[in-house]
Design a protein around this ligand. Structure first.
Ligand code: S3P
Length: 440
């Protein structure tokens, strides 16, 4: 465990590029491994979660290498061509890595054992096991469908039509990945739309996907057994990582920060919309497309933030950003009401509980419900002066470090090591902007 302390800081200033998008990085390695021939990936997130996926794809027989200049090269085996792994696949802290790989394994005739760290082994896998079993895979897990688990895939998968019971891009992606090696059409219906990186990237690699709006919701249909061919792509900077410097700049008076080449997929921009609703001064420049995804430079200046009611329907567009939004709300004037947050309880930690407890420990008035959070901000610096348990959760760790910058007394995180899962170099990047971070 390595503790880290954030001390009250002055204005932040500068231009940064945060690391590559975690969701897109996992998918680039996985789809690259399922394609024929070579894929080249620039800007891949070299965080623990994605490195676990790289190792898993290697264990399944794909060639995955990092070249000296930082480009990653994947030599895929074609759909249905992955091999049985000799060893247990350890997905570390990554729910995305584990659930998406389960989708791929489900339609390969092989047996694989998956495990992860204490956080991942406490997370529900039934949400992917249920549809993958309908497609013909067998999954034997611990009580409550927790990992470690054994997955016996099938070379004879059935295409299904599946309505998501929870708004989850991970479940959607797992079913579509399994459907890649099933004959006929696999459809996923999402009553509430979620991030569509899987759909965009599969199309970019040559799969045939139809997306239509029906009375039931957004229907994604994939034609099975396409030939995917290797591609060259650039991963945008992760909007979920950009959230930390952006929120820090929004709450530290006099700040002016620009984040470059940030992914602007409309299913990921809920935090930007909410910060704007709260009165933050945000400018979006140089809108362009990179690797089939919209990208832009985002600049933000500190402003007088006020509390807002965040529409529950916005939750899937900013699910990873509620901890950082709660920090902005703590420094805003008035009540911020966040609803529709049940999913936050089953992330890397129970984020709803962790945020509520951490804010209260820092002297912020907060109300926690089963699926909502209300933060009563007084405007300006919060008292701070607490030590927060990161609970193996990178976003909890980074959010409370950001809060410490805007507190009257330092805030310490008991363990900063989980930050490397998604944002290697976080402390150096934030310090470069003027944040006061130090080992206690
Ligand atoms: C992700 C989807 C989200 C998000 C996770 C990454 C993805 O989870 O929280 O960090 O890459 O598909 P859910 O799809 O379960 O909401």
């Amino acid at each position: 465990m390595s503790a880290l302390t954030a001390s009250p800081s002055d204005a932040l200033e500068g231009q940064v590029r945060v690391p590559g998008d975690k969701s897109i990085s996992h998918r680039a390695l996985m789809i690259g491994a399922l394609a024929m021939g070579e894929s080249r990936i620039d800007g891949l997130l070299e965080g623990e979660d994605v490195l676990r996926t790289a190792a898993a794809m290697r264990a399944l027989g794909a060639e995955v290498e990092r070249e000296a200049g930082g480009t990653w090269r994947v030599w895929g085996r074609g759909i249905g061509g992955l091999l049985e792994p000799d060893q247990v696949l350890d997905m570390g802290n990554s729910g995305t890595g584990a659930r998406l790989i389960m989708g791929i394994l489900a339609s390969h005739p092989l047996t694989a054992v998956l495990t992860g760290d204490a956080s991942l082994c406490s997370r529900p896998m039934g949400r992917v096991a249920t549809p993958l079993s309908e497609m013909g895979a067998q999954i034997h897990a611990r009580a409550g469908c927790r990992m470690p688990l054994t997955l016996i895939g099938t070379g004879d998968a059935l295409p299904i039509r599946y309505t998501l019971p929870v708004a989850s891009a991970q479940v959607k992606s797992a079913v579509l990945y399994a459907g890649l090696n099933a004959p006929g059409t696999t459809s996923v219906i999402e009553p509430e739309p979620t991030r569509d990186h899987t759909e965009l990237m599969l199309r970019g690699f040559g799969a045939h996907l139809d997306v239509e709006q029906s009375d039931e919701g957004r229907v994604v249909s994939l034609k099975g057994q396409p030939e995917l061919s290797g591609q060259t792509l650039r991963v945008p900077a992760d909007p979920s990582s950009a959230a930390f410097p952006l929120v820090a700049a929004a709450i530290l008076p006099g700040s002016k920060v620009e984040c470059l080449a940030v992914g602007m997929n409309p299913h990921r921009t809920g935090l930007i919309a909410t910060l704007r609703d709260m009165g933050a001064k945000i400018a979006i420049r140089n809108e362009r497309s990179e690797g089939g995804e919209p990208v832009a430079d985002i600049s933000i200046e500190a402003g007088d933030l006020h509390g807002v009611e965040v529409p529950a329907a916005r939750a899937p567009r900013m699910i990873a950003e509620y901890p950082s939004l709660a920090v902005a709300a703590a420094c805003a004037r008035g009540r911020t009401v966040m609803r529709g947050l049940a999913e936050l309880r089953v992330k890397e930690s129970d984020r709803l509980g962790a945020v509520a407890r951490g804010l209260a420990a820092c002297g912020v008035e907060v109300e926690e419900g089963p699926d909502f959070l209300i933060v009563n901000g007084k405007g300006g610096r919060v008292p701070g002066g607490a030590t927060i348990a990161a609970a193996l959760d990178h976003r909890i760790a980074m959010s409370f470090l950001v809060l410490g910058l805007a507190a009257e007394r330092p805030v310490t995180i008991d363990d900063a090591s989980p930050i490397d899962t998604s944002f290697p170099g976080f402390a150096a990047l934030m310090s470069g902007l003027g944040a006061k971070l130090s080992q206690p």
